[in-house]
Ligand binder design. Sequence first.
Ligand code: UFG
Length: 328
Amino acid sequence: MVLVCGGAGYIGSHAVYQLINKGEDVVVVDNLETGHIEAVHPKAKFYKVDIRNEEELDKVFKENNITEVIHFAANSLVGESMTNPLKYYNNNVHGTEVLLKVMIDNDVKRIVFSSTAATYGEATKMPIVETDKTEPTNAYGETKLAMEKMMKWADIAHNMKYVSLRYFNVAGAHVSGTIGEDHSPETHLIPLILQVPLGKREFISIFGEDYDTEDGTCIRDYIHVVDLANAHIKAIEYLRKEDNSNIFNLGNGNGFSVKEMIVAARKVTGHEIPAKICERRAGDPARLIASAEKAREILKWEPEFTNVEDIIASAWNWHKNNPKGFNK
Ligand code: UFG
């Protein structure tokens, strides 16, 4: 049985759907601070538990035959992490400390971890490979790196095998149409662009046009949430077979600028989507592109959504049919 911590969140809920489609038994733990109960697959066993609550978390392990853990339970807003870093250290770092302790106490020694491109900070060469230096430029990335390091030392001391997956820009929604992205506040580019054709926003703000890129706007590597979810299943299979710890980037390896994303969204939605140039947003690196060669080679992971318009269309399908998200 696989325990998914944070299985009611955007990426976690998609991973649960893919695990269940694969025939795995799944138990979800989520404190529902940012997750949605409606996003939890009906076949998953659900516990409203905060991972920092050692006693309650231990009970979940005692009541279920857990063999692996996938850990998504964390705060993930870069901006908020800069104004309230201690919240990130408490929920992300301390939360992982409690989780690892309970895992060790219950002799569960395999974990797949939700990490981020933010661990690299301002990279000097593209595409980014896993061995590049990790110097986060925000507290969010710093806590994710601390969580990775905690697993490394837990491996050395307790044989805790971990796979850390460093995601680039995640987007899109499940093909079933039942789950998708629903953050409050929303800070991500694609859902914000799509709020314009939904009539929720008059224009999209472009945060800076003076970056050192072809059109002056920031370049990112967008990856579909279902491709990402599938990588977690590959990582579980890897841990079961290889019993080895490892770190992998997950992205498509192609960069798209903010302006290119707006043009693609216009094409997908048929809406003119007005845009306005605004000030830069603090802490945004100009360019983030992944090399996911290692994941392709070792995990045999192959993303299916390689076209950015298909990724936007998938997000559009969700937002159009669920303009209020899970809040029906
Ligand atoms: N952007 C705009 N206008 C908006 C929103 C975003 O121009 O209204 C720009 C941003 O400045 C950035 C790009 O669109 O250049 C993408 O922004 P997102 O907020 O969608 O994504 P980020 O690249 O900032 O963040 C992602 C993940 C984080 C992770 C980070 C790694 O969402 O969790 O990559 O740097 F930490």
